[in-house]
Design a protein around this ligand. Structure first.
Ligand code: ZN
Length: 95
């Protein structure tokens, strides 16, 4: 099983995601995110695209920065956060 990361390891990963891989200091779930999407690295969490409980790793390719709200609302899901989920597709009256 994956080991818990220390705060120092998490901070290093957050920095890598934001500034080395270029995701920036923002919530990865952008269009699903109901917040203003302006955060500091300290406010962002490491969100697993594939949850650790489903075999996801702590490698940067499986990690994205997400605000606590999005991270919590995903839980162990493989999918984006449910909030604002229906904002774009259901309202198409252009026929
Ligand atoms: Zn968010």
């Amino acid at each position: 099983m994956a080991k818990q990361m220390t705060k120092k390891q998490k901070d290093a990963l957050k920095y890598q995601l934001a500034h080395v891989l270029g995701f920036g200091e923002r919530c990865w779930w952008g269009t699903y995110c109901s917040s203003s999407n302006v955060f500091t690295l300290d406010e962002l969490t490491l969100d697993h695209l594939i949850p650790q409980s489903k075999g996801g790793s702590n490698n940067p390719e499986n990690l994205r920065l997400a605000c606590l709200c999005c991270n919590r609302s995903r839980g162990n899901s493989l999918f984006p956060p449910p909030q604002k989920y229906r904002s774009s597709s259901l309202n198409n009256s252009n026929k």
